[in-house]
Design a protein around this ligand. Structure first.
Ligand SMILES: C[S@@+](CC[C@H](N)C(=O)[O-])C[C@H]1O[C@@H](n2cnc3c(N)ncnc32)[C@H](O)[C@@H]1O
Length: 279
């Protein structure tokens, strides 16, 4: 299901299977991402595009309940985020609000007060990432931090490469630029911070790869990959470069690859941090 509004094309959609995929990916990534953030008790955090809210709740465990605002545009994601929080006895840990990343639903007295504004995996889904980063810079206090974590989809590598996978992955990336999104936005995070008036202070990658010797991790990563591709089968075929038989054969080859004793995968999230001048 694609996103209906022009400023944001969230091709992955919000059906239960996709929510389950995103939730499992959170399980693989969140510990490392939280470590990178280096949060301290008492800080106020804004999580932009908070999705199912699992990372937002991880932040709230570090800074204190009620000190994280999560902004999410989709009602389906917000409902599920609230359900998951209640299931984990963390209702109220995060103040989940409905709103757009470029027009943050903050009260007048909240602008310029957050210690950290954070966004993961959302800039790749909007047509104007600069507008989102601009709002994030305005949301933090002088001296406050802005952290952008997003995909440069060219970091993905599988070895030995399943037949046709390179071609399929290039078509997947075309589904982004065809709707005006940037599949390589991860390359631009420091530039986006600079353009929004923040001072870039750090650039790194959060690695999430593995190999056959880490069966649980490899299975989780391969499963994530297959489910992402399966979920956007229609848009990939619409690109017009591969036919259904090629697509299905390629996914079968990825599943086969996953059972190899030498299966290897590299993937990384681009991660950049800036500070609002002053303070
Ligand atoms: C891939 S999910 C990432 C969720 C979360 N940040 C994470 O890392 O698990 C992207 C989320 O951004 C939301 N989103 C997309 N465009 C948005 C916008 N313009 N404003 C607010 N949320 C948006 C989608 O509904 C989706 O829940």
């Amino acid at each position: 299901m694609s996103d209906p509004t022009p400023a944001s094309h969230y091709l992955h959609g919000t059906d239960p299977d996709e929510q389950d995929r995103l939730s499992r990916l959170n399980g693989v990534l969140n510990e490392q991402c939280l470590r990178e953030l280096g949060l301290a008790a008492g800080q106020r955090v804004l999580d932009v595009g908070s999705g199912l809210g699992q990372l937002s709740r991880g932040m709230a465990r570090l800074v204190g309940p009620g000190r994280v605002v999560g902004v999410e545009r989709s009602d389906a994601q917000l409902d599920q985020a609230r359900r998951l929080a209640a299931d984990d006895h963390e209702a109220g840990a995060v103040d989940f609000r409905r709103g757009d990343a470029a027009r943050l639903p903050l009260r007048d007295d909240e602008w310029g007060t957050f210690d950290l504004a954070h966004a993961r995996f959302i800039l790749e889904h909007v047509t104007d990432p600069a507008a989102v980063v601009d709002a994030m810079v305005r949301a933090v206090r002088p001296g406050g931090r802005i952290v952008l974590a997003d995909d440069g989809h060219d970091t993905l590598r599988l070895w030995p490469e399943p037949a046709g996978f390179g071609r399929l992955w290039r078509c997947y990336q075309r589904t982004y630029d065809r709707v005006g999104n940037d599949p390589l936005v991860g390359h631009r995070l420091v530039s986006l911070l600079h353009q929004a008036g923040a001072t870039p202070v750090r650039n790194t990658w959060v690695f999430f790869g593995g190999c056959a010797g880490q069966p649980e991790l490899l299975h989780a990563l391969a499963d994530n990959l297959v489910r992402i591709l399966h979920g956007v089968r229609g848009p990939i075929l619409d690109v017009g470069e591969i036919d259904p038989a090629f697509f299905d054969g390629c996914l079968a080859a990825v599943r086969e690859w996953q059972t190899r004793p030498d299966a290897t995968i590299w993937y990384a999230v681009s991660w950049a941090e800036g500070r609002r001048p002053g303070g």
